[in-house]
Design a protein around this ligand. Structure first.
Ligand code: ACO
Length: 352
């Protein structure tokens, strides 16, 4: 059995910066409200037609592939985590394969839909395949094009101020024992699925929503096209929904729980940790987690101030920046942790 190391990392952030002051022109909000509640100062949003989540992923992947010292053609498994794919289907994994010019067809491309936890979920999946020796160069990416799917009017301000666009990628390779990924833990709780969700467009046809249900079915008059309905458009039901306070309260319980689980499993304590790289959900969530775990400032990585919440992309973007800034060095003990829609959450403990 092998261990799995992060051999290369890369990120792509769109050029256009959207500050809190810019948002003040679009909706009733203020720089002060956004900073106090979320810590976010600015985020990057794509210009329409400029990129997609899969093209941003390709740019981030090229840097990760270069750092790993391989060629795109050496990739033997693509795992793509996103909640904002280019198409309803096929998934972004095959689009990324195409953008990278990978011509060999023996390789699988897997799409992961676990939102903010997508990267950690992908890491656990990749780890299993590297450990057994099945694959040797796995490309794992998280990328999000949020700005194209949020309500940027006052009605959507509770959500739209939080999110930014971007992509992050890592290349995973086998390494010696007691280095690389030491343990991973992924969890889910479907009872909370709607608390943070974008139900539309979707194939539920009103199943989860009593007042949208219609009885009877006559194929000649009532062919039920449900993916996008007039009601969805008229009532603006196509935007993400979030019960912010429930998300906050659950996140600050689950982050510490799953970080401790990883440390306990591998026989470490928070004192042994060099850096915690949490999914960048909200600076206040990360600060709460830091306090609960009695972590020093130098043990926490935060960059949400510049990028907002980039969901599946946030951890690989943060890994890339932490490496660029010399905050992760060979031999360091690093914890990755995520919580998000589903609810889903997870952690990974890595000896760099
Ligand atoms: N600007 C100004 N006012 C706003 C904004 C905004 N952008 N958004 C909401 N408000 C208003 C509301 O309308 C409300 O006004 P009212 O009192 O007149 O009704 C008031 O601010 C308070 O609204 P709440 O939703 O109660 O605000 P809260 O203090 O809970 O803060 C927030 C909202 C920041 C979303 C908070 O709940 C939170 O941090 N939740 C965690 C969610 C999160 O971080 N999610 C990230 C994505 S999920 C993930 O990655 C895990």
């Amino acid at each position: 059995m092998y261990n799995t190391k992060i051999a290369g990392a890369g990120k792509f952030i769109p050029e256009k910066v959207v500050t809190n002051q810019d948002l003040e022109k679009l909706m009733e909000t203020s720089d002060q409200w956004i900073r106090e509640r979320t810590g976010i100062e600015e985020r990057h949003w794509l210009r329409r037609g400029e990129e997609t989540s899969s093209t941003m992923a390709a740019k981030a992947s090229k840097d990760a592939i270069k750092m790993a010292g391989i060629e795109a053609e050496d990739i033997d498994f693509i795992i793509f985590a996103t909640l904002s794919p280019d198409f309803f289907f096929p998934g972004n994994g095959v689009m990324l394969q195409r953008h990278l010019g990978i011509t060999k067809t023996e390789i699988p491309a897997l799409d992961i839909r676990n939102q903010c936890s997508g990267f950690v979920y992908g890491l656990e999946v990749a780890d299993q395949f590297i450990k057994t020796g099945k694959y040797k160069n796995i490309l794992l990416v998280g990328a999000e094009y949020h700005s194209g799917g949020i309500d940027i009017s006052t009605r959507g301000r509770g959500i739209s101020v939080l999110f930014g666009d971007g992509a992050g990628a890592v290349v995973l390779q086998p390494t010696d024992k007691d280095k690389g990924i030491l343990t991973t833990h992924i969890h889910s709780d479907g009872s909370q699925a709607e608390i943070l969700s974008a139900k539309n467009p979707g194939m539920h046809g009103g199943y989860y929503d009593e007042d949208h249900k219609e009885g009877g079915y006559d194929v000649s008059t009532d062919h039920p096209f449900v993916l996008v309905t007039d009601k969805m458009m008229e009532d603006s039901l196509i935007y993400p929904f979030m019960e912010g306070q429930t998300v906050f309260k659950t996140a600050v319980r689950k982050f510490p729980e799953v970080i401790k689980k990883a440390l306990d499993t591998a026989g470490y304590t928070t004192n042994d940790v060099n850096l915690v790289i949490p999914h960048q959900a909200n600076l206040r969530i990360s600060q709460f987690v830091q306090k609960l775990l009695h972590l020093r400032d130098d043990q926490m990585f935060n960059n949400i101030q510049k990028y907002g919440n980039t969901t599946a992309a946030s951890i690989p973007i943060a890994i890339t920046e932490a490496l660029e800034q010399g905050r992760v060095k060979e031999g360091d003990l690093v914890v990755l942790a995520a919580f998000g829609s589903g609810f889903t959450w997870g952690s990974a403990l890595v000896r760099w």
